[in-house]
Write a protein that binds this ligand. Sequence first.
Ligand SMILES: [Zn+2]
Ligand SMILES: [Zn+2]
Length: 435
Amino acid sequence: MALIVAVPTLAQDLKTLVDNQLPGLVEIYKDIHAHPELSHEESRTAALLAAELRKAGYAVTEHVGKYPDGTQAYGVVAVLENGPGPRLLIRADMDALPVVEETGLSYASHLRTKNPAGQDVGVMHACGHDVHVTAMIGTARALAALKNQWHGTVMLIGQPSEETIDGAKAMLADRLYERYGTPTLAIALHDTNVHPAGAVSITSGPVAASATSVDVTLRGLGSHGSRPDLGKDPIVMAAEFIVQLQTIVSRQQNPLDPAVVTVGDIHAGSKRNIIPDEAKMELTIRTFSEKARETALDGIRRAAKGVAVSAGVSDDRAPIVTVLEDESVPVTYNDPALAGRVKSSLVRALGMQQVFDDPPAMASEDFGLFGLGGDKIPTVLFRLGAMDPSKFAAAQAEGKELPGPHSSRFEPLPEPTLRTGVSAMTSVAISLLQN
Ligand SMILES: [Zn+2]
Ligand SMILES: [Zn+2]
């Protein structure tokens, strides 16, 4: 009589591991969700992540990262060595946003804090970085338990300050690679509202746009509100300037090379009957090419100069246009060869019908910086569907989209989002950690 012994496959092992972890992971997720922290302030989240990764057997360092002003960042680095082989960086960002949560969930955040300008704001994990941190904890445990399935080194990065796009820079500036080794590959995931929980998606080539932060100050001349003729009204100039900006994308850019110019913040004046001295605006530019970025910057500079000239502002009060390099990032690029390998392992882990190809997004990311630019370290960021499948289907039937990242109503469904996140990331990591 032949004896047939069932040999457990990696997929079965992983499924059992994830099943066992899931209730605990959902608890961790709800805890992180209820305790969001703004960029530069991720002390609790970083400590929680570091403690979990230490428990999972990783060599963990906290407080990795230095900002340009010299302050220390809350970056976490966790290394697990497992013989010779590739060195794989996996990144999870940890910060939340100044948004008042309106999901009504039992574990919703009710926290308030001060933003860097000292204003009282709500805080919410409106970009779902709590999903990323929790999925990293699950992945770390699974990779430690499945050490016989891979070899090489895993380098987990708990990254602060993605939303201010200075966290990856801060970690690299703190000699991340000199201290912990330069990775051969880098991967990350980001949750999304454009797919239901259970699904993932991947893009080959550019995946997220470059972001350029620009401050514009239009300087006029203050006067009494009843005597505009004695001043130069910067509020009227700002209004003209913003309308003029709308022609950059519509009239100045190559229509086949996408760009966005947004004025997200405007401040001027203190009282209805005073014409103020100046109007300040914060802009963001999103593009996929350097040409489109330069066109947008030129357009902004010319529009600012033009309204000032038109208003008769003297040269010594010319507009000030400042590009904030510390708050700008290049295009995030998914290396096509690595994207192909990642996609194959996602298909093996989740099935063909759960893996989608997505176009690039105009949102921006600082994850690409871990690739050191060019093609030195191939990087791939894939997206993790996070929406309740029934709500997703209902919205689709109506031709609508469920609230997405940065919305006060963005609501990832913990299970099966976390199950899929851990399974997907672990499977991808193991497939990359061969030879
Ligand atoms: Zn995000
Ligand atoms: Zn975000």
